[in-house]
Each structure stands twice: as structure tokens, then as C-alpha cells.
Design a binder for this molecule. Structure first.
Ligand SMILES: [Zn+2]
Ligand SMILES: [Zn+2]
Length: 533
């Protein structure tokens, strides 16, 4: 072992002891040893036990541990500690601004077990509920994680879109004559992006080639002539399976300036870039059976949002007013229920108070309405956390799982189905609990869950937060087939988060959602009729 490795192992042992609230004198011995060794300006990793014992400031007990570690590469105390700590929690010790005590609070009190979950907890404003944490710490933690994740070369679509669009605009501005297309994963609007690809048609002059790409990922540029722009757009946007299915290589010419011409030449209905995944799109296009995909403009309102009644940033009125100013017809408030200790959840009294406030506000709104909802926790046994006489006072009930996420498929499926069968459940919230790039959801039998929604008149949430996008878009066609409507919900904890519905719409298009199967593309009147059923 080298100096650095030895020092790191000792340091980690000290931190993990503090994390597990062990005797502070013991942990200090390790932390102090790491500190002392770090000051040495020579290679001690090959010294004798006697030499180690001579190092100033090291206690007697610790020197034999250090020597053992040096010679065997093993420190039994560290091994035990690592074994009883989730790997993600150990990662959290590396986040700037978090010491072992704070990590312990996050782990024990908020059940946060990975850096990705921690980032999401920052976004939901959860850290400030802990003793000793303030908004400043929360922001610092958020920034340092974003930096860490940024180095891993995988990004949420939303983290890249603006930068990539800006880049395309800049190039266009520098040389108006060029044709620019965003292709590859970005062109298909995939939920997670590993590669940014841009197609440029025309003769690139000096100005355009000096445009700086301020994107977190390096950009791959592709070039072609203008009369082949459509051909290359299709070639570079689609996955190989799609190109095979449409018979792309049999095309007699490359002379297609638009993508529409390519599909027309292949005698197929036009297939939008988002759909070029090599699934069933070609078969459907052959029968002219691809529906008109939903657009962001089709949405008429926003269901499932939070306010200061639970863990949101803005008041009920601020959120309502803002939602109306965006041109929507309705705003569903779904604050957390009181068992949601992590989110300052609502007691029954506070629910009643909120409903009164909603009634008051609704009197003053014209052509706009706040809907009384709740995000009710699905408890371990699948029951909801309110008695029926309270549940019936809501216009809508979003039922979601927030705790005890470690379940096998059988248990998770049964838990969800029991909640779906509750007569007051209107929407199943973020059905798998996944956080993209951070945590896999619990496994569920999607078909059984969707079948249960169909049987009980429950709608399916497509949680539009760019980290969630849950239900996965690959299951939307099955929902539609079974008549289960999709609700594109921003789960907004902040005014600006209504915009997440845009990302929800992007991903819903990949699932071939049309507006007639989207719950919040209904008008207020249509929606209220639907929710009553
Ligand atoms: Zn939720
Ligand atoms: Zn929520």
C-alpha cells in the first residue's frame, strides 16, 4: 500500500465510526493518525513496525493497526464498518460540506442512501427540515453533487437541452445559410444522454467553426451537403434496428433534403424522431396507425403539485396564480399527508384549513380552478394514510409510495394494486419510485399494475420531473391499449417547476401518447367528469 492509500483508509475508518456514532475517542485515534501521517514528507509505507512506533503523536494501539494495514492491506475495523454501511452512504461522505454527523442525519432521518437521492432531496427542499441544516447548506450540497455527477458523463436530457439548442442557434447565427439538426440521443429526446450529436449541412465558413460549445458533454459534429440533409437526419437520429426495419439501406438515392421525403420514398407514414427506437413504430407506420403525438401546448392544466402546506417553496395562492398566468385552466394541489414526516405533511385539521383557503381563492378566479387534492402515502400494506371520510373530500387523490422502497416484485406489485383498488385513488403517482442516474425503482409487474388501474378507473402518472419520468415511456402503449389515461404531472415544489411538464411531454411522445389519452389535456369540465367516475 502507498502512503495515500493508508492515510485514506485511516481517515475513512474515523469517519465511519463517527457515522455510526461509535466512541469518539476511538474515531479520533484514527482521524488523528491520518492527520499525523499526512504531515510526513517521506515514504513510510515500507518502514518497519519499530519505525512506525517512533512516529510522533501516534498512540500505541493505533501503530499496530497501521502496521497490519501496511503489510496485509487489511484493516478489520474498516472492513466491518464498510460492511454495515450502504455504498451510497459512504459516497455521501465525499460530498463537500457534509461531515459524518450530517450524513448520519440524512441517512437515518431522511432515509437518503445515495448521492442521487440526496440531490433529489435538495430539490424537494427536504434538507432544511433537519436540525443544523439551513438553506445555505442545502444549496452548497446541491452544487457540489451536481459537480460530481457532471463528471460522470451521463446527463438527464433536461440538463443538456438548453445548451444544445443554444449551440445550434449560435451556429445558425454565425452562418445563416447552414442547415442544423440535433440528432442522436438528443434528437430522439432520450431520458438519459451520453452523447451529443449535431448535423450541419452546407459549407461551413470560419465564423461558424469558432462557435464555442458550452455543453457539459463534448459535441460530435457531422457534415453533409444540403440536398442530403433529410437522409442524414434520419440516419443519425434512428437506432440501427429502426433503420433495418424501414429498409433504409435499400434507398436508391441519398437525395432527400427533408426527413418526410425519406419516409414517403419508403411508402411509410412519417415517423417522428422520438419514435425511432426500433420498437413497433415501423409496423404501425406501415398501417398508417401512428397517432398524432401529444404536444406541450395540448396540456390544459397541472395536477399533483406542492405548496408551503407541505414541502413546497411557494404558497397556495402564489402557485395558483402562477399556474393561471401560464394559461392553464386548473391547478391540482396535492400536498403530502401527515405520515410524510419527511415533508412536513398535513394533519387532517390543516387539510380542512387548506380546503377552505382553496374555496376562498376559487371565488376570485375566472376560468380557472384550484382542485383539492392530496398526495397520499401508500403504506407498507397498501392502504392509504387517510380515513375514507377525509379522502372523499378531495377532487383527486394521488397515491404514491415514499417509504420502505426495498421490496421484491411480488410485494411491490401487491402493495400498489391494493392502493389502486382503494375507491378514492384517482392517480397512481410515480409508480416505480425510480430516480434516473441515481436509483433504480422497486421492481413491479407493470402489466398487473396497469390492468388493475384499468379495472378500477385509476389513471397513471407520468411524473414529469426529469429525474423521474416514471412511469417509463415504454409502458405507455400498454396503458393506452388498456384505456388507462396518462397524467403528465410536474410534481412541482416550485413555480418554475411547472415547466417540467414540457419534459414529460417529450418523453410521453416517445410512448406514442396522443392528447385524447392524456388526463391533463382534458378541459376542466371534461376532467371533473372523468375524476368523478
Ligand atoms: Zn411523491
Ligand atoms: Zn409529490
Amino acid at each position: 500500500m502507498e502512503n495515500d492509500e493508508i492515510i485514506e483508509a485511516l481517515e475513512l475508518t474515523g469517519k465511519l465510526m463517527d457515522l455510526h456514532n461509535e466512541n469518539p475517542f476511538k474515531s479520533k485515534a484514527y482521524t488523528n493518525a491520518a492527520f499525523r501521517l499526512n504531515k510526513l514528507r517521506y515514504d513510510f509505507s515500507n518502514k518497519s513496525q519499530n519505525d512506525i512506533e517512533q512516529i510522533e503523536g501516534l498512540g500505541k494501539g493505533i501503530t499496530s493497526k497501521i502496521y497490519g494495514l501496511m503489510t496485509t492491506g487489511d484493516l478489520p475495523e474498516l472492513r466491518d464498518l464498510v460492511q454495515k454501511t450502504p455504498a451510497g452512504v459512504i459516497d455521501m461522505l465525499g460530498v463537500k460540506g457534509l461531515g459524518p454527523k450530517k450524513v448520519r442525519q440524512l441517512w437515518q432521518e431522511l432515509q437518503v442512501e445515495s448521492i442521487g437521492e440526496l440531490l433529489y432531496a435538495c430539490n424537494e427542499n427536504r434538507l432544511v427540515t433537519l436540525k443544523g441544516f439551513g438553506e445555505k447548506t442545502q444549496l452548497q450540497v446541491k452544487h457540489s453533487i451536481e459537480f460530481k455527477l457532471g463528471n460522470k458523463n451521463k446527463f438527464h436530457y433536461a440538463a443538456l437541452e438548453q445548451a444544445v439548442f443554444n449551440l445550434a442557434d449560435e451556429i445558425k447565427k454565425a452562418e445563416e445559410d447552414l442547415m442544423i439538426g440535433v440528432v442522436g440521443e438528443m434528437g430522439r429526446k432520450c431520458e438519459v444522454i451520453e452523447s451529443v450529436d449535431i448535423l450541419i449541412a452546407g459549407k461551413v465558413d470560419a465564423d461558424a467553426s469558432t462557435v464555442d460549445a458550452h455543453t457539459p458533454l463534448p459535441v460530435n459534429y457531422h457534415f453533409c451537403s444540403k440536398d442530403e440533409f433529410g437522409y442524414h437526419m434520419v440516419a443519425l437520429t434512428a437506432v440501427a434496428e429502426h433503420l433495418d426495419a424501414i429498409g433504409f439501406k435499400d434507398l436508391q438515392s441519398r437525395n432527400f433534403s427533408t426527413q418526410e421525403e425519406v419516409y414517403a420514398a419508403l411508402k411509410l407514414q412519417y415517423i417522428e424522431p422520438e419514435l425511432r427506437e426500433g420498437l413497433k413504430e415501423t409496423e404501425l407506420a406501415r398501417n398508417n396507425a401512428i397517432p398524432k403525438l401529444i404536444a406541450f401546448d395540448d396540456l390544459k392544466g397541472s395536477l399533483h403539485n406542492h405548496t408551503t402546506y407541505s414541502d413546497g417553496v411557494h404558497s397556495l395562492k402564489e402557485m395558483g396564480d402562477h399556474c393561471q398566468s401560464l394559461g392553464y385552466e386548473y391547478f391540482g394541489v396535492c400536498d403530502h399527508r401527515k405520515t410524510a414526516f419527511y415533508a412536513n405533511g398535513l394533519s387532517i385539521e390543516r387539510v380542512m384549513q387548506q380546503q377552505e383557503e382553496i374555496d376562498g381563492l376559487n371565488k376570485n378566479y375566472k376560468n380557472f380552478r384550484i382542485l383539492k387534492g392530496i398526495e397520499s402515502d401508500i403504506l407498507g400494506d397498501g392502504s392509504l394514510d387517510y380515513p375514507n371520510d377525509v379522502l372523499k373530500t378531495f377532487d383527486l387523490v394521488v397515491a404514491s409510495v415514499h417509504s420502505n422502497l426495498k421490496m421484491n416484485e411480488e410485494k411491490a406489485t401487491a402493495r400498489l394494486i391494493k392502493a389502486i383498488e382503494n375507491p378514492y385513488t384517482s392517480i397512481l403517482g410515480h409508480p416505480t419510485g425510480r430516480l434516473l442516474l441515481a436509483r433504480n425503482g422497486y421492481p413491479i409487474d407493470h402489466k398487473k399494475v396497469i390492468d388493475a388501474c384499468a379495472a378500477n378507473g385509476v389513471h397513471m402518472e407520468l411524473n414529469a420531473h426529469p429525474y423521474r419520468l416514471d412511469i417509463d415511456w415504454r409502458w405507455i402503449p400498454y396503458c393506452i391499449e388498456k384505456g388507462v389515461m396518462i397524467s403528465i404531472n410536474p410534481d412541482a415544489h416550485h413555480k418554475d417547476a411547472f415547466h417540467d411538464m414540457y419534459f414529460g411531454t417529450c418523453i410521453a411522445r416517445k410512448g406514442m401518447l396522443d392528447k385524447k389519452n392524456c388526463l391533463n389535456a382534458l378541459t376542466l369540465t371534461e376532467l371533473l367528469t372523468k375524476l368523478k367516475k
